[in-house]
Every structure is written in structure tokens, then in C-alpha cells.
Design a protein around this ligand. Structure first.
Ligand SMILES: Cc1ncc(COP(=O)(O)O)c(C=O)c1O
Length: 359
């Protein structure tokens, strides 16, 4: 028997969540962001389930090739563009669209041998300060792309640093408007947070990622309140039960100490499955978990293959009882917040050893 841990992917919810994005940005086309193996959900299955998207955005050339080989003919965008000149052979062969974020990439494009022109998105650094052209560089870069003869169309894009936070998008949006004034081209700006909160960013294309997977980009709004449904549910089972006496400690380092007699369940899930080791299981700070349909708390540190849950208020729980780590019934956002991270990290970290089922 394999271990009882499973990741279930409810593909109908991807379509539902795409519908939520479309309702927020009805005039825009949608690049479905499927980088990092579709945020841990499996690239091919997600791309097929999201066949109503207008295009797919990702980072890895090999992932783009996989999508084309799987028969996907819609636009595919490489969000970080080319890494080396040799990449152009596959970009050309598979007709991929390309972000261009620095002068090196323009040089590579100018020198590339292409059988036909490709779609190029010029990336502006309006405040994230990772990738993109700023200020006066923007017009110079645009002119070079035009003069290269390699771009079928030049679009304009930026990425928001704090669309989910207090700074919002206003400053970056103002920079974008100023630097692109008079330049022709389609515009794409909005990640999930901007799709949901800032209609003024929607433009020609939006680029939702996390919301498609049913998680919230915001710390102050739940996925449920936003009408989003989880796609990934990570479940397992209780594989052992322990009766603790007052003073008994749990797990490595004994970070949880029983204050009274209590029952705990050992769950077949650990950090080697992608569960965050940082999720607390202290006496005064713990992480939610669902056992036999009831919400309870983790106790002790998560180890490689196991973690423990308080069964004190779940007398019916026994070996074999179902456990939900996150997903339907317990949002990944909540577990992530407890672990001091974001749901993006939990979803992407799902380990290859976890068996997957589609429902
Ligand atoms: C350039 C770009 N656009 C869009 C997204 C999607 O962002 P989110 O998952 O927050 O919607 C990302 C993800 O980080 C990104 O890097």
C-alpha cells in the first residue's frame, strides 16, 4: 500500500476561477499564468482545463515546448524572455511570445535568425526593481525593437510590487503612463491582486496566477470571500494515535508539551511532501488542520514524513481517519499565514512523491 497522502486536483474549479477573473476584467484577454508547473498543479492538466484562457504565460522554455507538444496552439508567453541566443531556435520553431527586459535580450533578438517575426512584450520597471527598462531607456528600447525587424508586434508591460498591499498600484501606473505616452502597442499590467482590486489596470490583457488556483492574493480577504474555489486539496490519514500524559513532549525538540492528558494523531505528511516545516505546532501558536471533518491544530514540529494533530476534541478519530492539510475545507492561505508564508509557496512546493488524483 502506498502512503495515504494524496493531492487532489479539482479541475472544474480552474474554469470557475478563470470565470471570476473574466467577470472582473470583462474587456481584457487573459494570459493564464502557469509558471512553476502551474503553481505546482501540473502544467499540462492545468493548461487543458484552462482552454478558455486566451494564452499561457510561463518562464521555462521546456515548459512552453511541452504545451506546444501537447497540442496547445494559443499564444504562449515567456515571462523572462530569452536566457541565451540558442533559445531562439525553439522560440522560432514553436512561435513563442517573448518578454524583453534588458539590453542584452534586445541584442540577442537583433542577432537572432528567425523564420518569422515574433510577438515581443517590452517590460518596464516601474518600481519592482527586478526586471525591465525605466525612464528614458523605454523609448530607446522600443525604437531598437522596432528597428530590429524581428518583432511582429510590440506590447508594453509592467508588474506590480504591491497590488496586494498598502502601496497599491497608483505610483507604478503613473510611471507606466508617462513612460509609454505615445507608444503603440497592447498593454498588460495586472496580476491577480490588480485584477481583483484595480479595474484601471486591466488594459488589453490581464495576467492572473494565484487566483486561478483558488487562493487569495490578499492577506485581508479570503479566497472564499472573493468567490474563488481551491483547486488543490492535500489530504492524508491518521497512521497512529498517542495518549499523552501531562508533561509529555511531542516530536523533534519537544516543542509542544501536553498540559493535561490528551490524544494526538500522527498524520502521514511531512516536509518531504511539501508541508512547511515552519508551520508552528507550539502550545500557544499552532497551525489549523482538519481531522475527520473537524478543525483542530497541529502539535509539535512537522518532520520529514509525519506531523501530529490534537485529537482531544475529536474522540471518534482513529487510525485511518481522513485528514485535510489544505484545500477544500481549509484554505492554503490560512495554513500559509500560520507558517509565515504565502499560499503560492505551499502550492509550488508540493513534492513529486505525493500521488496525484484528478477529480
Ligand atoms: C510577470 C508576472 N505576471 C503575473 C504573475 C501572476 O501573479 P499572481 O500569481 O499574483 O496573480 C506573476 C507571478 O508572480 C508574474 O511574475
Amino acid at each position: 500500500m502506498p502512503r495515504p497522502i494524496r493531492a487532489s486536483f479539482k479541475l472544474s474549479t480552474l474554469r470557475h476561477n478563470l470565470g471570476v477573473a473574466r467577470r472582473h476584467a470583462p474587456q481584457s484577454r487573459v494570459w493564464a499564468v502557469v509558471k512553476a508547473n502551474a503553481y505546482g498543479h501540473g502544467l499540462a492538466r492545468v493548461a487543458q482545463a484552462l482552454d478558455a484562457a486566451d494564452g499561457y504565460a510561463l518562464l521555462d522554455l521546456n515548459e512552453a515546448v511541452c504545451l506546444r507538444e501537447a497540442g496547445i496552439s494559443k499564444p504562449i508567453l515567456l515571462l523572462e524572455g530569452v536566457f541565451q541566443p540558442a533559445d531562439f531556435a525553439l522560440i522560432d520553431r514553436y512561435a513563442l511570445a517573448l518578454v524583453v527586459h534588458d539590453a542584452e535580450q534586445i541584442l540577442m533578438l537583433e542577432r537572432a535568425r528567425l523564420s518569422s517575426q515574433i510577438a515581443v512584450l517590452l517590460k518596464l520597471n516601474t518600481g519592482m526593481n527586478r526586471l525591465g527598462f525605466a525612464g528614458a531607456q523605454v523609448r530607446a528600447a522600443y525604437s531598437r525593437l522596432e528597428a530590429s525587424g524581428k518583432a511582429a508586434a510590440i506590447s508594453l508591460m509592467t508588474h506590480f510590487a504591491d497590488a496586494d498591499g498598502p502601496a497599491g498600484v497608483a505610483t507604478q501606473l503613473a510611471c507606466f503612463a508617462e513612460w509609454t505616452h505615445g507608444l503603440q502597442g497592447e498593454v498588460t499590467l495586472a496580476n491577480s491582486a490588480a485584477v481583483l482590486r484595480y479595474p484601471e489596470t486591466h488594459a488589453d490583457w490581464v495576467r492572473p496566477g494565484i487566483m486561478l488556483y483558488g487562493c487569495s492574493p490578499f492577506a485581508d480577504a479570503s479566497a472564499e470571500a472573493l468567490g474563488l474555489q481551491p483547486v488543490m486539496t492535500l489530504t492524508s490519514e491518521i497512521i497512529a494515535v498517542q495518549d499523552l500524559k501531562p508533561g509529555d513532549r511531542v516530536g523533534y525538540g519537544g516543542t509542544f508539551v501536553a498540559r493535561q492528558a490528551m490524544r494526538i494523531g500522527v498524520v502521514a505528511c511531512g516536509y518531504a511532501d511539501g508541508y512547511p516545516r515552519s508551520a508552528p505546532g507550539f502550545n500557544d501558536r499552532n497551525t489549523p488542520i482538519v481531522v475527520a471533518g473537524k478543525r483542530t491544530a497541529t502539535v509539535g514540529r512537522a518532520s520529514m514524513d509525519m506531523l501530529c494533530a490534537d485529537l482531544s476534541a475529536i474522540p471518534e478519530a482513529r487510525v485511518g481517519s481522513p485528514v485535510t492539510l489544505w484545500g477544500e475545507g481549509l484554505s492554503a492561505d490560512e495554513v500559509a499565514a500560520s507558517a509565515g508564508t504565502v499560499s503560492y509557496e505551499l502550492l509550488c512546493a508540493l513534492a513529486a512523491r505525493v500521488p496525484v488524483v484528478e477529480v
